[in-house]
Design a binder for this molecule. Structure first.
Ligand SMILES: [Fe+2]
Ligand SMILES: [Fe+2]
Length: 223
């Protein structure tokens, strides 16, 4: 199966307009954003767990990265309420489940650099923000390895960033508000993947925005 598998193409999806499709596990549905492979895949997805549903034990052959968007997600190592960012490195395994409210997670599978063995759990709702490169921008770094950088970025209303080019591409999930650039307007729930050497000048309107952003992981770097 291949979904949005040409990483040289720009992709914009309003995930609110996609319907959930069932996974092999009862109570677990997903929206596939990009994918190369079948059930074991290089994949980027939103995954929705019904209240008290669980997934079978599995090993992360290429690593697993997720951000809990709603509800509460759990495994034997801990409890991950909404806002938790987790990285489970190559070879890690677990059998996760959702709490009584269910959970929605944004998850990226099989995309770790082979040398990136770090495990991390970050409660983003309790972390400090740092001043960004322009007024109105606040940044919370989540992970760095090689050329890859992951952060949450909070945009105050009516913030304008500098024009820039994405070395190794850029991937964004809009978590709150409305994110904009000269190519479009992206409300909460939008997922954007911009290829290596793409350019834009992003900004926000009166709503401001909160985004998850990963850079440096696309183009020739695709594994
Ligand atoms: Fe997993
Ligand atoms: Fe950008």
């Amino acid at each position: 199966m291949k979904i949005n598998a040409n990483f040289n193409e720009r992709v914009v999806i309003n995930t609110n307009e996609m319907s959930w499709t069932p996974s092999p596990m009862p109570g677990v549905d997903r929206k596939m954003l990009d994918r190369i492979g079948e059930e074991i895949a290089r994949a980027t997805s939103l995954v929705r767990y019904a209240p008290n549903s669980h997934f079978s034990a599995h090993t992360h052959g290429g690593g697993e990265e997720f951000l809990v968007l709603e509800g509460e997600f759990n495994d034997a190592a801990g409890c991950y309420p909404a806002g938790t960012y987790v990285r489970n490195p190559l070879g890690s395994s677990h059998a996760p489940w959702a709490g009584a409210e269910g959970a929605v997670i944004f998850v990226k599978l099989h995309q770790f650099d082979l040398q990136d063995a770090s495990h991390c759990v970050i409660q983003t709702r309790e972390q400090a923000w740092y001043q960004g490169m322009v007024p109105g921008l606040k940044v919370m770094p989540l992970h760095e390895f090689g050329a890859e950088h992951v952060a949450l970025v909070k945009w105050a209303p009516n913030t304008r960033f500098n024009p820039h080019q994405h070395w190794g591409g850029e991937e964004i999930l809009v978590l709150e508000g409305v994110f904009c650039d000269e190519h479009g307007v992206y409300p909460a729930g939008s997922w954007l993947r911009s290829p290596h050497l793409s350019k834009h000048q992003p900004f926000t309107g009166p709503e401001g925005a909160l985004i998850y952003v990963k850079t440096g992981h696309l183009g020739d770097l695709i594994r």
